[in-house]
Design a protein around this ligand. Structure first.
Ligand code: GDP
Length: 191
């Protein structure tokens, strides 16, 4: 598969009806989202690995071939030093993107496997549920915790999300979960 960045958006007014099937990627800043995109693309610098967390405020549309669907990388949330205005701007942009987007098939929500379930992540997943968009939960940096801790966290998230399947353990460092993640994306992206 190849992944290519085709479009970047900074403001609501740049959003337009996008006819192609999309899967969005969301997560707190520093969760490992750029690393995941780079890993999937097999390239080191496709998505910027943030030296300054909270800096990327754009929506990045990556085309995946030969499948033909898009991965839409959403700006990270929850950066502590973000102003209230910036936070509200994030929420408005994301809401405008997600609402009434009939081509958005699922949102992959990235969850840091080193942290207990975080309030903002729970809020996002329940919002997605309320507007009927499937959540693909992914535990990033899964090379870090011990297997037992990972399993515990998987069970916690299963309870929170009330999903039968446990979140996918992923690591950009070791490649853990990469094949499975592609399978999940393809499953949601094909009609
Ligand atoms: P983003 O802000 O969500 O885009 O996060 P980045 O991809 O920039 O990663 C944030 C930090 O976590 C960086 O220091 C990465 O090196 C580190 N990181 C990302 N993915 C992994 C992983 O799978 N394993 C480990 N051990 N560290 C990771």
């Amino acid at each position: 598969r190849t992944i290519e960045l085709v479009k970047t958006i900074y403001e609501i007014k740049q959003l337009e009806d996008f006819p192609e099937v999309q899967i969005a990627l969301a997560g707190r800043s520093n969760v490992g989202k750029s690393s995941l995109v780079n890993k999937l693309a097999g390239r080191k610098k496709l998505a910027k690995i943030s030296s300054k967390p909270g800096k990327t405020r754009s929506l990045n549309y990556y085309r995946v071939d030969p499948d033909g669907f898009y991965l839409v990388d959403l700006p990270g949330y929850g950066y502590a030093k973000c102003s209230k205005t910036e936070r509200a701007k994030w929420a408005n942009l994301i809401e405008a993107y997600m609402k009434n987007n009939h081509q958005l098939r699922a949102v992959a929500v990235l969850l840091d496997s080193r942290l207990e379930p975080q309030k903002l992540d729970i809020e996002l997943t329940s919002y997605l549920k309320s507007i009927g968009i499937p959540v693909i939960p992914i535990l990033t940096k899964s090379d870090k915790p011990k297997q037992r801790e990972r399993a515990k966290l998987q069970n916690q998230w299963k309870d929170i999300l009330q999903q039968e399947k446990a979140p996918l353990c992923f690591s950009s460092k070791t490649g853990m979960g990469e094949d499975k993640l592609w399978e999940l994306f393809a499953e949601y992206a094909t009609p």
